[in-house]
Design a protein around this ligand. Sequence first.
Ligand code: NAD
Length: 471
Amino acid sequence: MSPVKVTKICCIGAGYVGGPTCSVIALKCPHIRVTIVDLNQARIDAWNSDDFNLPIYEPGLEDVVRQARGRNLFFSTDVDKAIEEADLIFVSVNTPTKKSGVGAGFAADLNYVELATRRIATIARSNKIVVEKSTVPCRTAESMRTILEANSKPNCRFDILSNPEFLAEGTAMTDLFKPDRVLIGSLQTPEGISACQSLAQVYANWVPKECILTVGLWSSELSKLAANAMLAQRISSINALSAICEATGANIDEVSNAVGYDTRIGPKFLKASVGFGGSCFQKDILNLVYLSESLHLPEVAAYWRQVVDMNEYQKRRFSQRVVDTLFKTITGKRIAVLGFAFKADTGDTRESAAITLIKDFLSERAFVNVYDPKVVHEQIWMDLQEASPLVPLDNIKKQVTISPSAFEAAQGADAIVIATEWKEFRDIDWERLYKGMNKPAFVFDGRLLVDAEKLTKIGFKVTTIGRPSPL
Ligand code: NAD
């Protein structure tokens, strides 16, 4: 069976994955018309904005959209039209962890995937290749196939592929231009293999053939969860060791450097921190926990659960260290939190450690000045309100100030807490920050970002993850 040549792509979901991924496909495949659709009008308006004020911040993204938008890249809320026209459809909708109901706190909420799949089934009048781009539990493709086949028109065939996305926010464009691998899972039937080849041909426009891996559907779905779980596990492992370093006088930088020299381990992803955040790691591990439990594998579930628990412990431990170091009380003190995004080079705040830290500081009755170079103010208020739903926003606003710069955040503060590893915090004029602060002036480096010796010479009392406290 020869593969269909893809000429029209529809991507359902114009978020952090669908937007950048399909913009790059459009750039690299000028012969393919790519339409990215979303139900969220404001998001689509931002993608289409004249001044390229895009809904997400990602270095290099604007340049790609400038080149392709209006040529063969389109953003629209007309989901049905894009589905009808396309021969290949990416489903790149959100799959958050369930917040209520059976399996709440563990299971993936597949409602958005199901609604998008039902829409495809209702609208499609010709054969479609449907590609799971969203991260989903193992065997979700089977449910999608059942829904599609039960609702399809006569002579309309659906082939389902899994093509999980491995990009990391902050480096999304580099990851998309030069991926470590592109993974495509399909049923091992002639139709499935042919659909897989159609998608592989799209990526082959810029990805070397040896980096395009084709596997079975279930392996592909599970590989995505496995990759995120193992990345998060490395962070939790190094963070667990950072606690031992703080208690013993060992230095976590030296330990991770020594460990990373082992070629079997390697140096990447061994940086201790206040904890991982982002929309994926925790969610995908909980997904794996849920899957393990539903397969009656409680020990496997407990093993992965521990990675998340360690992350929560790391955040709590850090907040406690701030309180302990500031003479065991932060009531009435002012803390400047530098960074609100879950990592540098993104405006995304989902599961950001900064949210947990600020919540802890507020519950200890401290005042907080927060500064982030990219996160919009409304997002900060929304996240803080969501973190403390029982506290009226007006009360939160009495304790929190959003500052226009790091200097203003530090003015009159007792301590600076580095929550995000923005490069500008490393290179900032620390002497100037010091001058504006109450003394003694403390720095808590949650990202191993600053030169602790240099700051100590200026006069700061510096507390760093994975090293004993200065006091
Ligand atoms: P997101 O929330 O930024 O975007 C999803 C978009 O889908 C939203 O704009 C939403 O309005 C839209 N949507 C939902 N249902 C729709 C429907 N029926 N029709 C049209 N639009 C609809 O999410 P994201 O960060 O882009 O993540 C998408 C998927 O990719 C998730 O499964 C996630 O786990 C996975 N993923 C995310 C990342 C990441 O770094 N963010 C990386 C790899 C994989």
